[in-house]
Design a protein around this ligand. Structure first.
Ligand SMILES: [Ca+2]
Ligand SMILES: [Ca+2]
Length: 288
């Protein structure tokens, strides 16, 4: 009898929750993930909160994750249904046509740091990447104004800062890499000692070259090789190994905040290789 009561209790609780949570037909959840970064491009700390609102009502709040070893620091799964609400509907889920807000909340101040909202008309089960940065770009050349000010404070002539004094295409610290490329690579555009630099050396006794470079957490690196053909230059992803004698079956490596070595087999023919920081999509994108 006691077991039956418990079962009945669970069943009734389940029915109550069902009635309150879903007004329409439950659909596969929506998944949102991406990187919340500050005005300098650095991921926010894991003490902050990711929150989701539907038409202004909070439905979800969770701690921000860590970007260590990966290029995103949050993943939220939002319950989805087909809509068609009744009078007892509350916003525990999102339905097509409702406004969805995703924001980053500073836990210590309770203030919203970053926020985006949109009318939700996604396919059920969609996985969407949303990257948000707190930087403004008044010149619209890809460089956040705060980073321009950082460069100006470190290298300027003491006059008042104006965004137009530091442009994305300039190489302010003279290390050979323009400010925009340093921003994309996560290196300091005001420090000539900090840049994405590739050291190359032949591995003794093995038909392989070692490529060593310093990596930045949250960045993904890809190696590419160029081939000259009658139709022009063709650039393709190059495969590499994690050890001198390992199988070259890797295409990308994630930044760790430390130096990383990758190994490329040599065949005797000249190879033209370059290291690329994989560009992150701006705004949101729906993955297939
Ligand atoms: Ca530079
Ligand atoms: Ca630099």
């Amino acid at each position: 009898m006691r077991t039956l009561r418990i079962l009945l209790g669970c069943l009734i609780a389940g029915l109550v929750c069902w009635g309150r949570s879903h007004a329409g037909l439950p659909l596969p959840s929506l998944t949102f993930y991406g990187l919340f970064a500050d005005e300098y491009g650095w991921p926010y700390s894991s003490d902050d909160l990711v929150e989701v609102d539907v038409d202004g009502a909070r439905i979800l709040s969770q701690k921000l994750g860590s970007a260590n070893g990966r290029d995103y620091n949050y993943v939220v799964r939002v319950p989805y249904d087909s809509g068609g609400r009744g009078g007892d509907y509350n916003h525990d889920v999102v339905a097509p046509g409702e406004r969805l807000t995703i924001r980053l909340l500073d836990r210590s101040t309770g203030k919203t740091v970053l926020s985006t909202n949109f009318i939700c008309n996604l396919l059920a089960g969609s996985v969407v990447r949303l990257d948000l940065s707190s930087g403004t770009d008044s010149l619209q050349d890809g460089l956040p104004d705060s980073l321009r000010e950082w460069i100006w404070d470190a290298l300027g002539d003491g006059n008042l800062f104006e965004p137009a004094r530091v442009r994305a295409t300039a190489d302010s610290d003279g290390d050979g890499v323009i400010n925009l490329d340093e921003y994309r690579a996560g290196t300091d555009p005001a420090n000539p000692e900090d840049l994405l630099n590739l050291e190359i050396q032949q591995v003794e006794g093995v038909e392989s070259v070692q490529l060593r470079f310093f990596t930045v957490p949250g960045k993904t690196y890809r190696l590419e090789n160029a081939q000259w053909t009658e139709a022009g230059v063709i650039v393709n992803p190059a495969r590499f190994a994690s050890h001198p004698t390992g199988e070259a079956n890797l295409r990308e490596v994630m930044g760790t905040g430390r130096g990383i070595s990758i190994f490329v087999p040599t065949s005797g023919d000249p190879q033209f290789l370059r290291l690329v920081v994989v560009p992150r999509p701006s705004g949101g994108r729906i993955l297939p």
